[in-house]
Design a protein around this ligand. Structure first.
Ligand code: 5GP
Length: 235
């Protein structure tokens, strides 16, 4: 059985970089390329970042039960959102190859997958604080001012869902976070194997355990507070 890893993060948290690094370090991993009705941005290519499809095609796939999960994501001032979905076939294909599968999906999608596959492993990547996220969003120069404000507000709402995830990764230093992500992925494999663990493997499991939700709650509180300046002021 393939292990399904769900990775979610607010936009600008460095998720894509960490997932790319993960694929360089860990073999036998497949990436699920989502379907979306949104238009390609910048250098995005059909079949690489996403499969870009028309709304009608997406809805036909929903009707044919081709999605493991899908969500309609709303932007500002839009009556209709854009669809994003994970095709079931990616899981079938990963299983056939004997590989595990990584899903880069949002909080709504993560809940749906967890309901269908309770043994899926979910990982939430957090920026160190609001200021850092704002700086990253500005420095990548992709978004206009109102878009940055909207992304920060969306980030705040997403971060409030952190406790639905199994692991929390605070992305301060990319190299360290990439190593932590690798440790989480490999540790889950080790824990499901029947073999006796070596001392090195046990250390890896211990390092991954430090990122488990129960260990992370205290670290998350100040991050949440930085996104909620009014909270706790009694206003
Ligand atoms: P973007 O349009 O910036 O590429 O992605 C917007 C959001 O959609 C991100 O949070 C991303 O994780 C999420 N997303 C991408 N693919 C899927 C998917 O297949 N299902 C769900 N539920 N969310 C997705």
């Amino acid at each position: 059985m393939s292990i399904v890893y769900i990775v979610s993060a607010p936009s600008g948290s460095g998720k894509s970089t960490l997932v790319n690094e993960l694929f360089k370090m860990v073999p036998h991993l497949d990436f699920s390329i989502s379907y979306t009705t949104r238009a390609p941005r910048g250098s995005e290519k059909n079949g690489k970042e996403y499969f870009f499809v028309a709304r009608g095609e997406f809805e036909a796939m929903i009707a044919a039960d081709e999605f493991l999960e899908y969500a309609e994501v709303f932007g500002n001032e839009k009556v209709r959102g854009e669809y994003y979905g994970t095709a079931r076939r990616f899981l079938r294909e990963a299983e056939a190859r004997g590989n595990d599968l990584v899903l880069d999906i949002d909080v709504q999608g993560a809940s749906q997958v967890k309901e269908k596959i309770p043994q899926a492993v979910s990982i939430f990547i957090l920026p160190p604080d609001r200021e850092n996220l704002e700086w990253r969003l500005r420095s990548r120069g992709l978004d206009a001012e109102d878009e940055i404000c909207r992304r920060l507000d969306t980030a705040r709402r997403e971060i409030e869902n952190y406790s639905k995830y199994d692991y929390i990764l605070v992305n301060k230093v990319v190299e360290q976070s990439a190593d932590q992500l690798r440790d989480i992925v490999l540790s889950e494999r080790l824990q499901r194997s029947a073999a006796e663990l070596s001392a090195e493997e046990k250390r890896r499991v211990d390092r991954a355990q430090a990122c488990r939700l129960e260990q992370a709650r205290e670290r998350v509180q100040p991050i949440l507070a930085s996104f909620n300046p009014q909270a706790g002021k009694g206003t």
